[in-house]
Write a protein that binds this ligand. Structure first.
Ligand SMILES: N[C@@H](CCC(=O)N[C@@H](CS)C(=O)NCC(=O)O)C(=O)O
Length: 211
């Protein structure tokens, strides 16, 4: 299988980290989003949506969503389980991973997307056509990131990891979201968020975080 990847982007990082946790490797094809390689005909022939990550299986099947890719990998490499292990934990991990995606990753993306000069006329991701960024959304995105931090910090007061006491895909999405929010979106984690800092220190130290 072959992973179309981008080192700077948070969604491909989620998949790389998930693979690293499972000890899975595959051929990777770098796609430079900033240069717009994801909008070149060659890549659109693989994924017409123009988004990474994209995983192409050996039989040519194309998987074009991060969590769908992770679900596939969990099926063929069940250990260690990262999507829960029984009816309740699977549902809880799913819910927490969605919270991290909607509350964290999308908020940071809103702030970054509408402030980065290179995306002035690429206001939406992928093959959406030329659409102007909306600078007024930057402050809303940053405010949403701050709410995300406050909520995550309160939740992490009660559990070691994002979806309870077991590391899961929810931690992967949360780490990629927090790192994207602090880096690209430039919203630092406030000093008073001691629970995020404790959790981040532990999760960022996992070898998979460097994948
Ligand atoms: N829901 C999709 C989102 C994929 C996505 O937005 N990927 C971004 C990189 S993080 C991308 O390809 N951006 C291309 C662009 O900005 O034009 C997933 O999780 O795979």
């Amino acid at each position: 299988m072959k992973l179309y990847d981008s080192k700077l982007a948070p969604n491909p990082r989620r998949v790389r980290m998930f693979m690293a946790e499972k000890g899975v490797t595959c051929e990777t094809v770098p796609v430079d989003i900033i240069k717009g390689e994801n909008l070149d005909a060659a890549f659109l022939a693989v994924n017409p949506r123009g988004l990474v990550p994209t995983l192409v299986l050996d039989d040519g099947t194309v998987l074009d969503e991060s969590v769908a890719i992770c679900r596939y990998l969990e099926e063929i490499h069940p250990e260690p389980p990262l999507l829960g292990t029984d009816a309740v934990s699977k549902a809880q991990v799913e819910a927490r991973q969605r919270h991290m995606e909607f509350d964290g990753l999308l908020a940071a993306a809103e702030a970054f997307r509408n402030s980065f000069p290179g995306f002035k006329h690429r206001g939406l991701t992928g093959n959406a056509g030329p659409i102007d960024a909306i600078p007024a959304l930057v402050e809303r995105g940053k405010a949403s990131v701050s709410r995300f931090y406050a909520k995550l910090d309160a939740d992490l007061a009660n559990s070691r990891f994002v979806a309870g006491d077991t590391f899961s895909i929810a931690d992967i999405t949360a780490l990629c979201s927090v790192d994207f929010a602090t880096g690209a979106a430039r919203v630092a984690v406030p000093d008073e968020c001691a629970n995020i800092k404790r959790w981040h220190g532990e999760v960022a130290a996992r070898p998979s975080a460097a994948a």
